[in-house]
Design a protein around this ligand. Structure first.
Ligand code: PLP
Length: 380
């Protein structure tokens, strides 16, 4: 069971020095006998802290193997640079995290790796962008910041039909709500800075998948130097033990908030897959355990965004997500600031578009704070 694995999977057996929690091995290198061949070094991701985490994460993501990295972007870039060679091509939906879009648009072309967007008209039209050199399909399980849920089953079938490696960023859902490997995705990446870390106090990432692919990713991370340091490993390890409890409570509070926002005159549209009005609600119910703890909404033209933000007292105005504190942001100025304005407009990410990462505060307090600020945004 997920919560049991979160606590017990990967724990050293017997415990090191009888310690109930795995201590931090705050050392960059380890002694070795020259002839035994086993080099332990922090950049090689093979300290006791790394190894325990890899096992725990593989259990939680239902994959054969897992690897922690220095950030979510280190996980995404390392996974893609492992799977793609110069001259290769990948296909992606248009709605992705801004950093990933910039990686695809600015950095990967330097390695002669190109991408194409899957047409928005549905799976029947996707084959049109596949080339002989296409190797990877890359998607997000809940898109940032629009919170739509792509047709994940169609993506897996499409990848199989075209012999593509299917890679998914499951950051927004977290493994509590969705285990994409069970749907057939080959490689799952996470920003562990978000729900897995859960306290806004570490940066980390995860690549999870079959051992042969992970061996390649391990080599890439080792060479690019995107390894997680032992102290961050320790923090992540500790956080994973409470992942299920945190995310399930955050999911439910998010649902309550989404329902309250729908009622408010200062809000034009609420994007939350748990609402029956959400276009992907049926898919969310079929594939997800629960619908996540991110809520996006559009302020109506009658409300003043600055007055709304100024009147808030609980949510902190900051990018990122998944922590115990509720965070609120305008993606136009944060996660999607570097996305070309034409694409941003096409996605509807205007200054009225607000993204909320729901934390662990009391649901009633959050609803009251948000509705008071929305009232204020209309009065001003
Ligand atoms: N994937 C998603 C969906 C994200 O939202 C983010 C960051 O916000 C990342 C990946 C990158 O993660 P990190 O900031 O840990 O590199």
């Amino acid at each position: 069971m997920f919560d049991t694995d979160a606590v017990h999977a990967g724990e050293p057996d017997p415990p090191i020095e009888r310690a109930v929690t795995l201590p931090i091995f705050q050392t960059a290198t380890y002694t070795n006998e020259p002839q035994d061949g086993a080099v332990r070094y922090v950049r090689y991701n093979n300290s006791p802290n790394h190894e325990a985490l890899h096992e725990k994460l593989a259990a939680l993501t239902h994959t054969e193997d897992a690897l922690v990295t220095a950030s979510g972007m280190a996980a995404i870039s390392s996974a893609l640079l492992t799977l793609l060679d110069a001259g290769d091509h990948l296909v992606v939906p248009r709605s992705l995290y801004g950093g990933t879009l910039t990686l695809l648009g600015d950095l990967l072309p330097q390695f002669d790796i190109e991408h194409s967007f899957l047409p928005d008209d549905g799976p029947a039209t996707w084959a049109g962008v596949v080339r002989p050199e296409t190797e990877v399909l890359y998607a997000e399980s809940i898109t940032n910041p629009l919170l739509s849920i792509p047709d994940l089953e169609a993506m897996v079938a499409f990848a199989e039909a075209h012999d593509l490696v299917a890679v998914i960023d499951n950051t927004f859902a977290s493994p509590v709500n969705l285990r994409p490997a069970k749907l057939g995705f080959d490689v799952v990446v996470h920003s562990a800075t978000k729900y897995l870390g859960g306290h806004s106090d570490l940066a980390g990432g995860v690549v999870a998948g079959p051992s042969d692919l992970l061996d390649g990713a391990r080599k890439t991370v080792k060479l690019l130097g995107g390894s997680l340091d032992p102290h961050a490993c320790f923090l992540l390890h500790r956080s994973l033990k409470t992942l299920g409890v945190r995310v399930r409570k955050q999911n439910r509070t998010a649902h309550t908030i989404a329902e309250a926002l729908v009622q408010h005159d200062a809000v034009d549209q609420v994007h939350y897959p748990g609402l029956s009005s959400h276009p992907d609600h049926d898919r969310a119910c079929a594939l997800f355990d629960e619908c996540g703890a991110m809520v996006s909404f559009e302020l109506s033209p009658a409300s003043t965004p600055d007055d709304f933000f100024e009147a808030l007292s609980l949510p902190l105005r900051a990018p990122s997500l998944g922590g115990v504190e509720t965070l609120i942001t305008q993606p136009r100025y944060t996660s999607h600031k570097d996305v070309p304005s034409a694409l941003r407009e096409k996605l509807g990410i205007t200054e009225r578009f607000v993204r909320l990462s729901v934390g662990l505060e009391g649901p009633d307090d959050l609803v009251e704070d948000l509705t008071t600020a929305l009232d204020h945004s209309l009065d001003a």
